[in-house]
Each structure stands twice: as C-alpha cells, then as structure tokens.
Write a protein that binds this ligand. Structure first.
Ligand SMILES: C[S@@+](CC[C@H](N)C(=O)[O-])C[C@H]1O[C@@H](n2cnc3c(N)ncnc32)[C@H](O)[C@@H]1O
Length: 323
C-alpha cells in the first residue's frame, strides 16, 4: 500500500519522519489496499502530452521543430528533456532521453512503470488540498525530505506541486529548492486538477521504447550513430546578465558548458548524426554554431531563412549532419 511504503532509505531524523508522515497519512486514508500494476491497452488512449509545465518548454514550437527535423532518422536522442514537448509529439519508437534533474527522471520512470499507482497517489494529494497552507506544507516536505519518499510517492508529489503552483510552472532556486508560490484557478479556488489516468497512461506508453537516464548530456548522446537524430534544448545563453539564472535548479549551465555542447554537436554531425540545437539568438550562439544551418525562430514561433528581417526573432535552431 502506498502509505506504508512511503519512507525509504535508512535512519531519517524524527523531524523528517514527522514531516513525511503528513503525506503518508493522506495516502493511507483512502488508497486502495492493493495497488498492482495494470495492463494498459494503448488503443484508444489520447496523444501523449507533457506532464510537467517546464521553464523553456517547447510546446508552442513543436510544429516549427517538426518542420525543421529530417523526415527520416534512426534512433532519437533528447538529453535536455525537461517537459519533453518535442519528444512526446514525435513519439519515436527507439529513443534515449535524459535530464540532470533527478526528480524529473524519477517521475518519468515511475509513470512508465506504473501510471495507475502514480495517478492514485497524485489524485489523493490533489483532492486533499485544503488551501494555501496545505500547499506550502507539502512544498516544505518536498524541499526538506523528498529523498525519504518512495519513488512513486515522490513522482505523485511532484505532479501535485506542479498542478497546484502558480501558473503551473515548476521553478527551483540555486539551492535546488522548489520555490513557486501557490497558484489560483480562474474561479479563485486553489485545489488543483490531477491529470486523468488516460493522460498518464499515454505518457507511459510513449516512454516504453525509451532509455531514460539522469546524466549529463554528453553521456546520453555518446551512443548516437550515423542517421540518428539528436535534439538539444539546453538552458539558453543569457541575453542579459540579469537573465542568467534559468530556474532549472542547483548548478547552472555556464558559457563553458555551452562551448562543450557546441563541440559535442559538431562532433556528432561530423560523423553523420543529425543534430538540431535550440538556443537564444545571441552572438555567442551564432559563434558557437558557425557552419551549421541557422534557422531563426520568432516570438510568434514562425521561422525564416537566416539573414532576412521578418518578425521579432529571439531563438535559433542550429542544424547539421544532413542536407
Ligand atoms: C530548456 S530545458 C528543456 C526544456 C524542454 N525541451 C521542454 O520542452 O520542456 C533544459 C533542461 O536541461 C536540464 N539540464 C541542465 N543542465 C544539464 C546537463 N548538463 N545535462 C543534461 N541536462 C541538463 C535542466 O534540468 C532542464 O530540464
């Protein structure tokens, strides 16, 4: 039963145990006694969509990215997965996806393994929501003790916080603490809607052919072969000094990382891997991706040939490795 499995690992402090027992009590109140894996019938499921609204999410750019992608490719690699908008739209049969955010990778692994169990726990957390103080209590448990939660409860808690937070937008500060304030629906209510089981089940099916890793981008794309497609959507190069913090959590993606990424993209393309790399349209990005085909993407998310002056462009997609 979810409530009994909630604490994992060894020797939590009394305070930590007391805090996670709040989540435990919510889940053990009404969770079914027997949570076994259910067989999913993929026919009739809706198209998969991102579970998490993520900073830098590519939801509005999916059709642009699709128009830029090669028509054919072998395996698909996306090492800065985030919310995975492009991945879920492509639904590649063989893929390798990754992100450095361990909570996000746990979420995808758990949804793939057992969307039913994740849904039940997330729904209980959402339906027990009583107002702002409930949200802030769970957010504090998340920030102080989430490593004590079992993987499925950790995944469900991430969904609850994402659905209940302001604008549904997950943000972490430099110390890796989730810091989004509580959100409000148009009717003034703060109780979040849990994603339906069918949505999580379709995400689970979409993840079936994927190798999922919590790793640096270089490790994820290392096995790519000629004819495979790699899409890089890293934290962007800052347009201004004040925008350098990207809200993806602890650490950061420095200019040295950007140079390491561009060198990796160049090496992949040189051996016939098809590469697409998004970034901010700033001089450093143009310098790092010199020699790639540069597509400018406007705020309205249409594209134009490099060098023309249509629209308000602020992103580029650099492509190489195929003609
Ligand atoms: C711009 S977001 C990706 C957004 C995603 N394409 C979407 O549609 O939601 C960048 C992601 O890169 C991850 N990241 C940061 N540094 C990384 C690294 N060195 N290797 C792999 N992932 C990293 C962050 O955790 C974040 O999820």
């Amino acid at each position: 039963m979810i409530g009994q499995e909630i604490i994992q690992g060894t020797a939590p402090s009394i305070e930590e145990e007391a805090s996670v027992s709040f989540i435990s009590s919510i889940l053990s109140n009404s969770a079914p006694a027997d949570l076994t894996e259910v067989e999913i019938d993929p026919s009739g499921l809706p198209a998969p969509e991102p579970v998490m609204k993520w900073v830098g999410g590519k939801g509005k750019l999916v059709s642009t990215l699709t128009s830029l992608a090669p028509r054919e490719y072998g395996a698909y690699f996306e090492p800065f997965l985030g919310g995975g908008a492009f991945f879920f739209s492509l639904r590649p049969s063989i893929s390798s996806i990754g992100d450095l955010n361990a909570d996000l990778i746990n979420l995808y692994s758990e949804i793939r393994r057992d969307p039913y169990a994740v849904r039940i726990a997330a729904d209980l957390l959402c339906s027990s929501h009583e107002g702002d103080s409930y949200y802030y209590r769970i957010r504090e448990i998340w920030n102080s003790s989430r490593e004590l939660l079992s993987p499925v409860v950790r995944a469900a808690t991430m969904i609850y916080l994402n659905r209940a937070c302001f604008n549904g937008l997950w943000r972490e500060n430099k110390r890796g603490r989730m810091n989004s304030p509580v959100g409000r629906r148009p009717d003034g209510s703060t109780r979040p809607m849990c994603p339906p089981l069918a949505s999580l089940a379709s995400v689970s099916v979409a993840l079936r052919g994927a190798a999922i890793s919590c790793a640096d981008f270089e490790a994820v794309v290392a096995p790519a072969k000629p004819g495979d497609l790699v899409y890089f959507d890293p934290p962007f190069i800052a347009k201004t000094k004040t925008s350098s913090f990207k809200s993806y959590g602890a650490g950061g993606f420095t200019d040295d990382d950007q140079a390491r990424l561009a060198a990796c993209a160049r090496e992949l393309a040189s051996r016939g891997v098809r590469v697409m790399a998004s970034n901010a349209d700033v001089p450093l990005a143009r310098e790092l991706y010199a020699g790639f085909r540069i597509h400018e993407v406007s705020c309205s998310y249409s594209i134009s040939a490099s060098g023309s002056s249509r629209g308000n462009r602020d992103e580029i997609v650099a492509c190489a490795g195929w003609s």
